[in-house]
Design a protein around this ligand. Structure first.
Ligand SMILES: Cc1ncc(C[n+]2csc(CCOP(=O)(O)OP(=O)(O)O)c2C)c(N)n1
Ligand SMILES: [Mg+2]
Length: 301
């Protein structure tokens, strides 16, 4: 598949999945909460364009986009979000706690970082050639375990790529009010090299990811991919202190709009209809599936 088309389609799958998810919530079809990746699609699409299928991934509360770009099935994710037995973890994990192949997510901010660091050590000891990617947000820089992990990862030269997606907010707190000093400085203090990009252009993110992933895989040590991005939707479903004007201004950074001129109008239309069929099928099948048994002693998967 053409490089530009593949990147566009990955971003479109994420965008349409998340839009549909918000619509399902508004229609009262889903319980709990969710955090969507709308606006940040170029990060996941660009990064997973240059990873290996067996690499290990740790994601956070905002995991759907990472999971879909990793190659996860939208139907199994939709079923998980609906609490169905066909979901990724039998409907028990919901939006933030999913697992499939080497993909793991956990909603406790920073909680995944030491676990990911330990997994990187395991991959190094077993000489598998796999690397670990761990995604965190700007608001997670306040978690102490993150710095302990950076220290160990650097000392022991572990194959882990820290991906920091700085979307400017931790829920409703702007980054300037929560993070002192320089973000890059927090990595360089531990001797971790940084690939920093202030763009939502998927091609630029993909090329930075290719370099960073190559460095980490070469067994020299950990790396950091430091990406500036923008979330267009609320933190979860309705909590957004930003004005309509600010949200409108952000649309200039829409990664799909930036990338779409690189493919033809026919390709754009083709991607739209293919993706819309995938999303429709995912949610329709998930909705008709059954809920797991409430008997906790049985394995529902
Ligand atoms: C230890 C912990 N504290 C608080 C929360 C509640 N919480 C969930 S996401 C979030 C903000 C996260 O901000 P950031 O790391 O920037 O990620 P983003 O939501 O912007 O993707 C908060 C406070 C949590 N999940 N875990
Ligand atoms: Mg943030």
């Amino acid at each position: 598949m053409d490089h530009n088309y593949a990147l566009y389609k990955t971003m479109l799958v994420i965008r349409r999945f998340e839009e549909r998810l918000l619509a399902e919530f508004s229609a009262g079809k889903l319980a709990g909460t969710t955090h969507t990746y709308i606006g940040q699609e170029a990060d996941a699409a660009g990064i997973f364009h240059h990873t290996d299928p067996d690499d290990v991934v740790f994601s956070s509360h905002r995991c759907h986009g990472h999971f879909l770009a990793y190659g996860g099935d939208p139907y199994r994710l939709a079923a998980e979000l609906m609490g169905k037995s066909t979901g990724l973890v039998g409907g028990r994990g919901g939006s933030q706690h999913i697992q499939w192949r080497n993909f793991y997510s956990n909603g406790i901010q920073g909680g995944i970082v030491p676990v990911a660091t330990g997994m990187a050590m395991a991959e190094k000891v077993r000489r598998t050639g796999k690397i670990v990617l761990v995604f965190i947000g700007d608001g997670t820089l306040g978690e102490g375990a993150f710095y302990e992990s950076l220290n160990i990862a650097s000392l022991w030269k572990l194959p882990i790529l820290f991906v920091l997606e700085n979307n400017g907010y931790a829920q409703t707190t702007p980054v300037e009010k929560g993070v002192a000093g320089s973000i890059a400085g927090r990595f360089s203090a531990f001797g971790v090299p940084i690939w920093e990009r202030d763009t939502t252009d998927v091609l630029q993110i993909a090329s930075a990811a290719q370099e960073a992933v190559g460095y980490v895989r070469s067994e020299i040590g950990p790396g950091c991919l430091l990406l500036k991005t923008f979330r267009f939707s609320a933190h979860s479903k309705g909590d957004d202190p930003r004005s309509p004007e600010e949200l409108a201004r952000l649309r200039a950074f829409d990664p799909l709009d930036l990338h779409s001129p690189r493919i033809s109008a026919a390709e754009r239309a083709g991607a739209e209809s293919e993706v819309s069929a995938i999303i429709e099928d995912a949610f329709r099948r998930a909705e008709s599936d059954s809920f797991p048994s409430l008997d906790m002693t049985t394995n529902t998967q």
